[in-house]
Ligand binder design. Sequence first.
Ligand code: CA
Length: 621
Amino acid sequence: MHKFRILLGLFLFAFWFAKAQDIRVEPPNWWVGMTQSELQLLIRADDIGAFQVKLKKGRNQLIKKVHQADSPNYLFIDLDLSSVKKPEKLVFEFSNETSRFEYEYELRKLEFGSDKIEGFNSGDAIYLITPDRFVNGDESNDSVPGLKEQTVDRSHDYKRHGGDITGIIQAIPYLDDLGMTAVWSSPLLINDMAEQSYHGYAITDFYKVDPRFGSLQEYRLLADELRNRKMKLIMDQVNNHCGSNHWWMSDLPFSDWINGQEAFLDSGEITYSNHRRTTIQDPYAAQKDKDVMLEGWFVSAMPDLNHRNPFMARYLIQNSLWWIETLGLGGIRQDTYPYNDPTFMAEWAQAIQTQYPQFTIVGEEWSYNPLRVGYWQQSAPNVDGYESHLPSVFDFPLQKALVDALTNEESWDKGLVEWYTALSNDFYYPSPKALVFMGDNHDMDRLYTQLGEDIKLHHMALALMAMAPRTPQLYYGTEILMQNTAKPHDHGLIRSDFPGGWPGDEINAFSKVGLTAEQKATQILFTKLFQFRNRSEAMRFGETLHYAPNDGVYVISRFFENERLVLFLNKNEEDRQIDLSDYKELQGYDRYYDPINEVESSASELIRVQSRSFLLIQMKP
Ligand code: CA
């Protein structure tokens, strides 16, 4: 009898252990004292839907509701944590007629909470990184057994090259020196896809860091190391879709978890998005076009998530809150904003703002039409009443204007006037300075390529990026003239390896070994501009005044309290003498300081701006 009991005990222990191993609970932990005290746990384990759930240690009243899903292998548990005042471990007991097991769930102390989370703003300069292509700081993670794409091949534009989180950490002093104050890396979560897993946008587990990029601990170390230098970490998140190898694709919890689920599961049939993003605002758009836009898939490798399923909506909101609190984030960049359900996205952004009022999210709407970009910014006066709760949007219209202004020949309606006119659209945006303005990004031709590899234009573009009343974002390598001219629009080439990021690289942008004179000059100019920007309240937060371009010259001023800055752009093939008496608001100063050339001079009515160049001056009383 005694022996039997021991055997039975061993058997039950083994059963319990096996169960505990196979269970997935998400979010994997939570915190006490969150503004929103309700939490919904996703539980996945074989046949878990038929189990009873209890919380032990007298905590059962925290369970508000247990939901079964369409699949028998899921439960969703609603908890009300409003009565929980200090950290504790909740002990769940799952039982059915033949078995029973426990699961410990941790409620932690808030580390950051509402007070310590601050999002990026116009005082920041954001450096965008494609992590697989930036710095390979740890060669031991280049190939991870068990993942579908294991080879590293630097000669192939669309294969993995080995860059990682440790590499970004190693580069932080360099980025700080460049004057960058925030880092946005494209997604670092696992993409266990057979091909092109390097880009990061086909996430196969929303709670797991890709081991080829590193671990959760390394991601947190990146955030901490940035924080130590008062720099911010911006996380790239994707609500719209997951990767087709996402763990839930083999057993979806509900019959409407992804869009087009029935047809896809029955026959593999996929309806693709029509990409007609105008249907979202178009008062005349047919419902069918609107539906296909929102519910169609991007590509077959990226199933489109159904945000109208309330469990999915909750899952994504909690996932974002979990990452903000776990890493102490300084911002989220949200992918393909208009492809998401707009009602859900407003709910998502509002939930984040409610918890973290100083946080910032920037959404991607790749449109050159300011009306459509402005539509997504919070407090926009939208006639359909839509309120996004989204603090920032990428300024694609100004990006295009920047390139057009510099590359088009001057005429009545072309050239610098295109920038001048584009900036005038600021009357429409609720918060123009909050918009993120970039010369390029990981999806478009490199700025230097867009400018025809004209270094003078490139330098003028950098000056405008620092000076514009915006939050500037620079793509990695812009400071050393990285280009993709050989293959326009080629994503693989646009995301080329950063020189010096790999052991043995002959050219090294960190040590400057092997850089051309033009690259060195650009790196120095870039550093001067953005380091100066970090010291200049006028550039970061000031008011703006500009003058209509005249004779190939454009003048823009930023001012904040006693500080006044003026940027002169001269597109002409000859130097230009600027007569300040033509610019009433710029007069009355005794001295000028030129922070790029580091010269101070006494005021004179005539200011010389070299051909195809810019002059930045700080005016001093
Ligand atoms: Ca690596």
